[in-house]
Every structure is written in structure tokens, then in C-alpha cells.
Design a protein around this ligand. Structure first.
Ligand SMILES: [Fe+2]
Length: 382
């Protein structure tokens, strides 16, 4: 069976790498940029620091800072109107997953026309999006380097998964000095999101030797560095290691895709407007307990990457050890114990399961579930 490997052709890592983005924009001869970010990053001056660099390089830009934590169709439409009004020829996303996903929606519709909902699903667009330079400030969704964009349809209360090779940014930038200011709770949630990417990609039916290698290394780095990054956000070594880890987890899931953790978490995010990483972190051990019926050996590999001595363990014991290690790390970084405290209602579970089964991310889960089984996983996670 053939496999295709997607990622941006240029990826810059390390402190001070934002300067590389400016050089790149200059080299390409871009004239007018739309900078997509959020209100918090604008308020604390991160956006201005970047637009000052653009100004210095004599590149014009206009800021759209309305990407919400779960970016909506409305956000995409508003950003697109600003892009058209200012005749922008490139887009910069500056922030975490939300600005990146919102920018992808804007840039894709800018070049393909229609509405963002037209591109829900896999490879529905005809043309590459407007060039997108993605500068990351969290670790992370890895949206700065993936072909995935998750946009909330605020009318239907569902998250649309757009998986499209044309949404791949032309340049990704991971500068850990931009990540040092992330609060502990955001560090924990985004770090657990990255762990979920690596684990779902490793047990995916579309995994390849390439995605396996980067997934296991990502899991190892997250186990070694996430707690330090949460406890001491100024520790730039831990931040840099987490930047690499989330990037490798992104390389893994961008190509091996995901599983039911994401398919189910998207519904919680869309329905209750909950943080993506927290939803994943709560669901992750429960979905892997379900998956352990079919891929215990893969889960045992994950336990080993999380530092468990698995040598004398059977595959089943190893799988249990992986699930315990995931639960331990989630607890250490302060993830809530269950969905109930997040406000999820038992009465909504049937509808959430309906929508989860329609989410494209579930297609590569190692075991396909019935509606009843998805409901049971939700219930176990309450
Ligand atoms: Fe994710």
C-alpha cells in the first residue's frame, strides 16, 4: 500500500527563529499580509512585536485578532472580509491552534471561493490556499505544520474537520521564546493534546515506519519535559524540547491521522466550547482502554516510551501500563478527572456519539466502534 507524507517544505525551529519568517516573506516579494491572531496575544504586545518587524522590512500588514479559542465560521468570514478589503497576498497566523486554523479557513476560501463549509472532509479544495506563514506560540496543536483545520459551525454546534493538503502552511516557525509566556494550564492542555496526537497516530491504521519513529520520540520528549514546562514556564530547555515534541507529534498525525479521542473531543469542543487539549486528555486513557483489545502491543511500545520498564510484561500488561502512565501524567499536570466537572451532560451523550461517528478523524482508529460503544466510552470518562 502506498502512503504520502505531508508537511511544510520549510520549518524553522529554535529561539530567534521569527526573524527567519520575516526574511522569507521578503524573499517571496509578498506585499500585503493579513496577520491572524487572538485578542490576548494582541493585548500583551506579541502581535505588535511581529508587525513592527514587518514594518521594519517595509512589508504592509493588517491585523485580524478575532480568532476565538474554538474558531468559528463567523471568525473565518470576518477575517476573509478584511483580507479582501486590504487586497492581501499572503496570510500570517500568529498564536496557537485557533489562529492557525482560522487562518487556514480564510486562506483556503480566499483562493478557492465559496464558503468554508464547502471544504469539510478530505481534500475538497481545487487550489492551494493563499500562502500561509504559521508562527506558533503553543506546544501544541501542531496546526502550524499540518493539513488539518478545525472550524466550529456555531449554528449546528459542531466542529467541522477540514483535512486538505492545500491548507499546509508554506513555512512553519516554532520559536520557544514565544512559548515561555504560556500559562501553566494552557501548557498542560496543549502538551496533552500533543501526547494525544502522537498516541493516536501510533495506534492508527494508517501508521507507517516514518510516523511511528516520530510518534514514539514525541511521546518520550513529552514524558520527559511536559511537567517541567508546566511547573516552570521560564525553563527554555523544556519549552524547546516540547516545541520539538509537538512538532514531531504533528508530523505523525498529519500523515497517520488520528482516532476516536479527537473524533469525540471535537464534539465536546463544538457543543460546550471546551478547550480541545483538556477534552483530549480526559478521553485519552478511556479510548486507549477500548483500543487495547486490538493493539495491546502498540500500547506497550507507548508505555516503554513513557519510561515504563516493560521488558517482563505481556502485551496486555504493557497496554495497561501505558494507560496508567497517561493517567498519571494527566493528573500531575492538573487535568480534571472527568467530563462531568467540565459540564458535560449524560443526556447529550447520544447526540455527541452520533456526531463523533461522522468525524473523519475516527476513520483510522484501530477498532471501529458502534454508537453504543462510543456512548460507553463517553460514560466511562464522565
Ligand atoms: Fe489535537
Amino acid at each position: 500500500m502506498s502512503s504520502t507524507f505531508y508537511m511544510p517544505s520549510l520549518n524553522v525551529m529554535g529561539s530567534g527563529s521569527v526573524a527567519e519568517a520575516i526574511n522569507y516573506i521578503k524573499e517571496q516579494g509578498f506585499k500585503q499580509g493579513l496577520v491572524v491572531s487572538d485578542e490576548v496575544l494582541n493585548k500583551i504586545g506579541v502581535v505588535k512585536n511581529f508587525t513592527d518587524l514587518l514594518d521594519k522590512a517595509q512589508i504592509s500588514s493588517i491585523v485580524f485578532d478575532k480568532a476565538q479559542p474554538n474558531p468559528t465560521v463567523g471568525n473565518v468570514n470576518d477575517g476573509l472580509a478584511l483580507l479582501k478589503q486590504h487586497d492581501c497576498d499572503f496570510v500570517v497566523s500568529l498564536g496557537g491552534g485557533s489562529p492557525h486554523d482560522c487562518a487556514k479557513g480564510i486562506a483556503l476560501v480566499a483562493s478557492n471561493g465559496g464558503k468554508v463549509a464547502d471544504y469539510e472532509g478530505v481534500d475538497q479544495s481545487r487550489k492551494p490556499q493563499l500562502p500561509l506563514i504559521a508562527i506558533n506560540t503553543t506546544a501544541g496543536t501542531a496546526s502550524e505544520m499540518t493539513r488539518f483545520a478545525i472550524i466550529t459551525d456555531e449554528k449546528r454546534h459542531v466542529k467541522m474537520a477540514i483535512v486538505d493538503k492545500h491548507t499546509t502552511p508554506v513555512l512553519s516557525v516554532n520559536d520557544p521564546s514565544l512559548m515561555a509566556g504560556m500559562p501553566a494550564s494552557l501548557t498542560a492542555a496543549t502538551g496533552m493534546d500533543a501526547l494525544t496526537h502522537a498516541i493516536e497516530a501510533y495506534v492508527s491504521t494508517a501508521a507507517t515506519p516514518i510516523t511511528d519513529a516520530v510518534a514514539l520520540k514525541a511521546i518520550e520528549l513529552i514524558q520527559e519535559n511536559l511537567l517541567t514546562a508546566v511547573d516552570n514556564g521560564e525553563n527554555i530547555v523544556a519549552r524547546e524540547q516540547m516545541a520539538y515534541a509537538q512538532f514531531m507529534a504533528g508530523m505523525a498525525f498529519n500523515n497517520a491521522s488520528l482516532g476516536y479521542v479527537h473524533a469525540m473531543a471535537h464534539q465536546l469542543g463544538g457543543f460546550y466550547d471546551l478547550p480541545h487539549g483538556v477534552c483530549n486528555a480526559v478521553l485519552l486513557p478511556h479510548v486507549q482502554r477500548y483500543n487495547a483489545r486490538v493493539c495491546p502491543k502498540r500500547l506497550k511500545d507507548i508505555a516503554r516510551s513513557m519510561g515504563v520498564d516493560v521488558l517482563s510484561m505481556s502485551a496486555e500488561q504493557g497496554a495497561n501500563a501505558a494507560i496508567s502512565a497517561i493517567e498519571k501524567l494527566a493528573k500531575q499536570v492538573g487535568i480534571p478527572a472527568g467530563l462531568e466537572v467540565l459540564g458535560v451532560k449524560v443526556d447529550d451523550i447520544s447526540l455527541l456519539a452520533d456526531n463523533a461517528l461522522k468525524d473523519v478523524c475516527g476513520l483510522t482508529n484501530p477498532k471501529q466502534a458502534s454508537h453504543e460503544e462510543i456512548c460507553q466510552i463517553f460514560l466511562a470518562a464522565m
